[in-house]
Design a protein around this ligand. Structure first.
Ligand code: DON
Length: 302
C-alpha cells in the first residue's frame, strides 16, 4: 500500500481547510497552538511506517488518553468494569452532568468525562500511582522513554476544571468512586495533558490493530481489543460519532487538542493532528483527512 503517497495527497488536499477550524479556548496552552499545523502518520501490521507534515511534533493528546486508561483498567478489572460504567453512546456533551443524575451515577461510557473518571478511579485502586501507570504504558507502547505530561497543561486543566470537579463529586455521592475525588481529578487532568506526536500515537495504538498484541507481547486479550475498538466506533468521537462512522468507517478516538487516532484491525493504525476543531469538538481537518485516508486506501471496517 503506497501510504506515503496517500498521506502527501491528503496533506495537499486538506491544507486550505486548516484555518477553518475553531481553536479550543478553555485553556491558553491549547488556544495558542498555530491553527495551520498538520501531521499524519500510519503504521501497518507488516511494519511499514509513513508520515507527513508535523507528524513528529508533540501535542496535547487530551481525550485520546481515555483509551489508555480504559486499557489499563480492563487489564485488571475485566468484565467487572461494566458494573460501574456503561457502553452506550451518550448523545450528550462529553462533560454533561444531567444524564448522570437520571442514571444514578453510572456514566454511559468510558469515553465521556464521567466514565473516564470512574475508570481512572479503578486504575488508582489497582496501581496506586495512575499518573505513572499511564505515562509508562504510553512509553512502553510507543518505544519512547521521554514521553511525558505537559505539567503546565495539567495545572491549567485543574484551574479550569470546575465542571470535572462537579462530575467527580457527583460520582462520589453515588458511591461510584472508591478514591477521593481530588486524587481522581489529579490523575485525570494529567492523563489529558500527556504530550505525544502522531508518529508515537500511531505506534502506540498498534496493539488494537494487532488484536491486542504489541510487538513485545499481549497487552489485552483479542476479545478485549474488540471491545475497545467497538467502543471507539460507537463512543470515540463525542456527539458526532454517527457522522464520523458514516464518513470514515473506522474505530477512532479524538481529543480537543486536535488529535484523532483510528484503527483498522488486522491492517493499520493512523493518527492525524490538526488543532482547529469542528462544532462537535473533533479536529475539522483531521476528520476530513481520515475520511480521505479511508477512501484512498480502500480500507474501512465496512
Ligand atoms: O476534561 C476536559 O475538560 C478536557 N481535558 C477535555 C478532554 C477532551 O479531549 C474531551 N473529553 N472527553
Amino acid at each position: 500500500m503506497p501510504y506515503q503517497a496517500i498521506l502527501e495527497q491528503i496533506h495537499a488536499e486538506i491544507a486550505p481547510t486548516l484555518p477553518q477550524g475553531r481553536m479550543p479556548d478553555y485553556i491558553p496552552q491549547l488556544a495558542s497552538v498555530e491553527p495551520t499545523r498538520f501531521g499524519m502518520a500510519v503504521c501497518d501490521t507488516d511494519g511499514h511506517f509513513a508520515a507527513v507534515g508535523d507528524a513528529e511534533e508533540r501535542f496535547s493528546i487530551q481525550s485520546i488518553s481515555k483509551v489508555f486508561t480504559l486499557t489499563l483498567a480492563m487489564q485488571r478489572e475485566g468484565e467487572a468494569l461494566w458494573r460501574r460504567v456503561g457502553r452506550e453512546p451518550s448523545g450528550t456533551a462529553f462533560n454533561s452532568l444531567v444524564q448522570l443524575e437520571f442514571e444514578h451515577g453510572i456514566p454511559r461510557n468510558p469515553f465521556i468525562n464521567a466514565g473516564a473518571l470512574v475508570v481512572t478511579d479503578m486504575v488508582i485502586s489497582h496501581q496506586g500511582d495512575a499518573k505513572a501507570a499511564l505515562r509508562d504504558f504510553a512509553r512502553r507502547l510507543c518505544g519512547d522513554d521521554d514521553v511525558d505530561y505537559d505539567y503546565t497543561v495539567a495545572e491549567s486543566e485543574a484551574a479550569k476544571g470546575h465542571r470535572n470537579a462537579a462530575v467527580a463529586h457527583f460520582l462520589k455521592s453515588f458511591g461510584n468512586l472508591d478514591n477521593h475525588p481530588d486524587a481522581v481529578l489529579d490523575a485525570y487532568f494529567h492523563h489529558c495533558a500527556l504530550s505525544m506526536s502522531c508518529a508515537e500515537l500511531a505506534r502506540t495504538f498498534m496493539y488494537l490493530a494487532r488484536y491486542g498484541r504489541n510487538a513485545d507481547g499481549p497487552i489485552v486479550t483479542p476479545s478485549q481489543a474488540k471491545y475497545i475498538n467497538s467502543l471507539m466506533l460507537t463512543c470515540g468521537t463525542y456527539d458526532a460519532v454517527g457522522d464520523f462512522a458514516y464518513r470514515v468507517g473506522l474505530p477512532a478516538k479524538s481529543g480537543v487538542g486536535g488529535g484523532i487516532v483510528a484503527v483498522m484491525p488486522g491492517q493499520f493504525s493512523v493518527c492525524v493532528w490538526a488543532p482547529g476543531l469542528n462544532a462537535s469538538g473533533n479536529s475539522l481537518a483531521g476528520t476530513l483527512a481520515l475520511e480521505r485516508f479511508a477512501t484512498l486506501s480502500g480500507h474501512s471496517i465496512f
